[in-house]
Design a protein. Structure first.
Length: 207
């Protein structure tokens, strides 16, 4: 009897496993939708449709006093939701233009580097050479996932392009380059300190 009790339970058919997985997925999806609705969150996939409905209902307008319209850059292909959103924006008399990209006339160069730091150093040296030749030039450096590599890029660029910024009392905003993507407030200790001091300074008097 004891040996029989220790035998493994019979394995259910594969169809029952699939049904169980589908049931769990449905429950998860339902709970996800309820929590999102309760917190007024939407997913990235839902965003085009939400914006389309807002434009179609007149709750949004894309044209601001200082803007003549929208310029689309890099939209080689669009999803049906994106196309519907653009159509809805056009109904608000907003001008939408597409940037005509042409093939570069100069040859492109692919450079290999043994690691990320060597790649950043080679990039910074190339920038320094170009800016030395053309001091008034404006050059854009495009980096994927800059959030994870921003600190290292800043260190290498400082050492190569602006070594004077390594002085401890040098202003952080005086360099010859800037990042177009801002730093999250949670990572900006100076901003957090100023926010805390501002909150303390404007605390209402207790009754």
């Amino acid at each position: 009897m004891a040996a029989a009790a220790c035998l493994p339970w019979p394995r259910p058919p594969a169809s029952l496993h699939r049904q169980h997985r589908h049931s769990r997925l449905r429950r998860w999806a339902g709970e996800f939708e309820r929590r999102s609705a309760r917190s007024q969150y939407i997913t990235e996939a839902q965003l085009p449709e939400v914006l389309r409905a807002a434009f179609a209902e007149g709750r949004f307008t894309a044209t601001q006093p200082t803007q003549a319209g929208l310029l689309l850059v890099g939209f080689d292909s669009r999803t049906p939701a994106q196309t519907a959103l653009l159509d809805a924006i056009r109904t608000t008399d907003t001008q939408i233009e597409e940037f005509a990209q042409t093939s570069p006339t100069h040859p492109l160069t692919l450079v290999a580097a043994p690691d990320e730091r060597a790649e950043l150093t080679a990039c910074a040296r190339w920038l320094r050479a170009r800016l030395t030749e053309q001091p008034a030039a404006r050059i854009a450096v495009i980096a994927p996932a800059i959030e994870t590599s921003r600190a290292e890029i800043d260190r290498v660029f400082r050492q190569t392009l602006a070594p004077e910024l390594n002085v401890i009392d040098a202003p952080a905003s005086s360099g010859p380059y800037e990042f177009s993507l801002g730093v999250p407030l949670a990572q900006n200790t100076d901003g957090l300190d100023r926010a805390r001091h501002s909150a303390l300074g404007h605390r209402p008097d207790s009754a």
